[in-house]
Design a protein around this ligand. Structure first.
Ligand code: SAH
Length: 275
């Protein structure tokens, strides 16, 4: 009898962001195939009896190709085992979950997807950036900058509304090229950007800049995410204080502005319906 394959989202890092369903399935797994982004705290929830395979694509190890991952999933699935494909964030956002589902369906295997908190939501929560906002942002775009993925920067939308929030997954460090792409899509060079590194983990950091200044941003440790849009003015994070104290001339006005936005919002809250 064939088993069942679960595509499970592990969330952005903090184990407390796992869903109860993900936890239940992990605790009863026979085989777990996980990505590089899944940390040891989450893997420690898997029973000792389970086989654990790191099929991640980093750390200088020989990568497991997507075709090999699909074959592993199908082969384990055909045995009478509970197979968990554990992915960082959500399995269906820039996670090649679609290809894995296709391979499993072709083999007539039963698949269940358990969603996870995607990195954009983890990073937004950690830095208190509202991804949508009644006055500042009415749409949200998730995009990837990774050239080897199916979407290259040339697949970016030709035009991005100034009232959109853009979240760039796998932004890499070619910041000058990313900035050019954002401006070519119609965003003002003064639009705020936040680079969020290792969101929801203890090493989490945020760096705030503008599209214009993005090219001189530091290379924060991976994984990083870039959030672009006026909502970035509302960011709050302890690591912002370091940025303000080391680059005070440039960033004190930004802090002052974000306070004034916060104040005007406070006024607005009494007269407008909540979001
Ligand atoms: N399926 C995942 C995304 C996989 S693509 C999800 O839904 O989140 C991998 C990219 O996700 C990384 O290059 C980075 O841009 C982003 N990412 C994942 N975890 C992150 C974290 N804790 N902090 C910042 N970015 C993260």
């Amino acid at each position: 009898m064939a088993g069942k394959v679960y595509l499970v989202g592990a969330g952005p890092g903090d184990p407390e962001l796992l869903t109860l369903k993900a936890l239940r399935v992990l605790r009863t797994a026979d085989v777990v195939l996980h990505d590089e982004l899944v940390g040891p705290q989450i893997l420690s929830l898997v029973p000792f009896s389970a086989q654990i395979h790191n099929v991640g694509k980093r750390c200088g190890r020989k990568s497991t190709t997507q075709a090999e991952i699909n074959a592993l999933l199908v082969n384990y699935g055909l045995l009478d085992l509970q197979v968990v494909r554990l992915k960082g964030g959500d399995p269906l956002i820039f996670g090649r979950g679609g290809e894995e589902i296709e391979a499993l369906r072709k083999a007539n295997l039963d698949v269940e997807v358990i969603p996870g908190v995607t990195a954009a939501l983890g990073a937004a929560a950690a830095t208190q950036i509202p991804l949508t906002h009644r006055r500042l942002s009415s749409s949200l775009i998730f995009i990837t900058n990774h050239h080897s993925s199916s979407a290259s920067t040339s697949d970016w939308p030709g035009s991005i509304s100034p009232t959109a929030t853009v979240v760039v997954y796998m932004p890499g460090y070619a910041y000058a090229a990313t900035a050019r792409q954002l401006v070519a899509a119609g965003l003002k060079a003064s639009t705020r950007c936040a680079i969020i590194s290792q969101a929801t983990r203890s090493e989490e950091k945020i760096y705030i800049t503008t599209i214009e200044e993005l090219r001189s941003a530091p290379r924060l440790p991976a994984p990083t995410l870039l959030i672009v849009g006026e909502v970035v003015r509302l960011a709050q994070h302890p690591s912002l204080h370091d940025q303000v104290s080391t680059r005070s001339e440039e960033f004190l006005p930004l802090v002052a502005q974000s306070e004034s936005v916060a104040q005007s919002q406070g006024n607005m809250a009494t007269s407008e319906r909540p979001e």
